[in-house]
Design a protein around this ligand. Sequence first.
Ligand code: PLP
Length: 385
Amino acid sequence: MSSEHSLRTRAVHAGRDDLTDLGLHAVPIDLSTTYPSRDSRGEAARLDVLGTGEQAPGMPVYARVGNPTVARFEEALAELEGCEAAVAFASGMAALTACLMAGVAAGRRHVVAWRPLYGTSDHLLGSGLLGTTVSWVTSLPEVQAALRDDTAFVIVETPANPTLGEVDLRALADVCGNVPLLVDNTFATPVLQRPVEFGAAIVLHSATKFLGGHSDVLAGVVACKEEHARVLRQMRFVAGSNLHPLSGYLLLRGLSTLPVRMAAASETAAVLAARLATHPAVSRVHYPGLTGGRPSGQLRGGGAILSFEVVGDPHAVIGAVRLITPAVSLGSTDTLLQHPGSLSHHVMAEEDREAAGISERLLRLSVGLEDAEDLWDDLDQALKA
Ligand code: PLP
């Protein structure tokens, strides 16, 4: 954090510190795709700098190079994650794609991936669509054995989608050595966990989820050192995977309520997880802290996502909820319930899902901001149905 203020305070003010001096209150949304200038030579010189991924003072010349509204979100997210820089993308998958392309461009085509990951991330790595190869791992010795000279990064989600499995980041970073550790921090957000404090080099978010917080923005972001951010900006420039300025605005607004949303939703999720654990229609609940054996001091609270295995038909439960929204995705103000085998992880082969511990009886609940008792009543009646 760049100031003496707490994360909750910085979540409100980061990316907006200059507004009062500018005589503004709401963040300006700059929708320009081009920036006029009569100084072509000057623009050419600036493009030479911007083309290296470095940021230059003044306007970005063209919208694919950058955008001032999006830059405010990037600055804020970098600060909250405790990183030098952040680069925003049109989606979480665009962000992961840029990370892979950066590896390929540097001659590092190999990735070590700790399962489970979000289904489409698993698919992107497993399919080799970008010319990369992957070694799947689920333990530290496997990571050690899988590392190669051409390994671009080690990727992990903790807590993981959809099993909420936790990985000890400090121990993993030690094993990674000089190979960058990429942590998908979508579930925890910087409110509950800042991976760089445990040795991660790259932090990735599907900003579509908690950062936006209202299910109305598709976005991704990578927080890292400025040196790596330059490469990612170059990738974004050639791929055109830029975040729209209106999305940048909504994300910055989302950050200001992130700490209070995470606190409220996590409190409710903990209540629901404890009750589900004793429900006769539920055979197993996955929620950080519900059972022992976790990395200590890493995650500040259990978070707003839980998953549970049902005794009966999971599809019947999805069909029976009335208050809860039966939908994929997560991190919204309303509570979302989905069947990973059918939706978020459907793209994976069934045997890969099994190997990753994703049971066909598993349901994932993203807890929102509704009253805990109302949510419990709905879950209980749906489970009985
Ligand atoms: N990472 C995680 C943990 C996710 O849950 C998702 C999407 O659900 C992604 C990455 C991909 O993000 P997006 O859908 O914004 O492309």
